[in-house]
Design a protein around this ligand. Structure first.
Ligand code: FES
Length: 91
């Protein structure tokens, strides 16, 4: 079993099945399989997805927009930032 998208647990066979069902546009594949929509926002799988589409005879595979990866932020950090802003406003 070859994994294409580690974040969303999408395999090579999942991608091939989706292509056989007619999802040949990279944006359609993203929405159908959630590939490239995980925490790394496609940094780990977008290139593989494009490569598979090209292997399957899709002529044009445009690049998708990259968004910053989702990173957890501690509430304590947010609380410190709010306190700093409130301190600035009171000065
Ligand atoms: S590996 Fe696909 S979204 Fe992260």
């Amino acid at each position: 079993m070859k994994i294409v998208c580690r974040c969303e647990d999408v395999t090579y066979d999942d991608v091939l099945d989706a292509i056989k069902k007619g999802y040949t546009d990279i944006e359609e594949l993203k929405r159908y399989l959630r590939c490239s929509m995980g925490t790394c926002q496609g940094r780990g799988c977008n290139r593989l997805l494009r490569q598979i589409l090209l292997e399957q005879g899709v002529k044009e595979v445009p690049f998708t927009k990259n968004r910053p990866p989702v990173k957890p932020v501690s509430f304590f950090l947010l609380e410190d930032e709010v306190e700093e802003r409130e301190g600035d406003e009171n000065e």
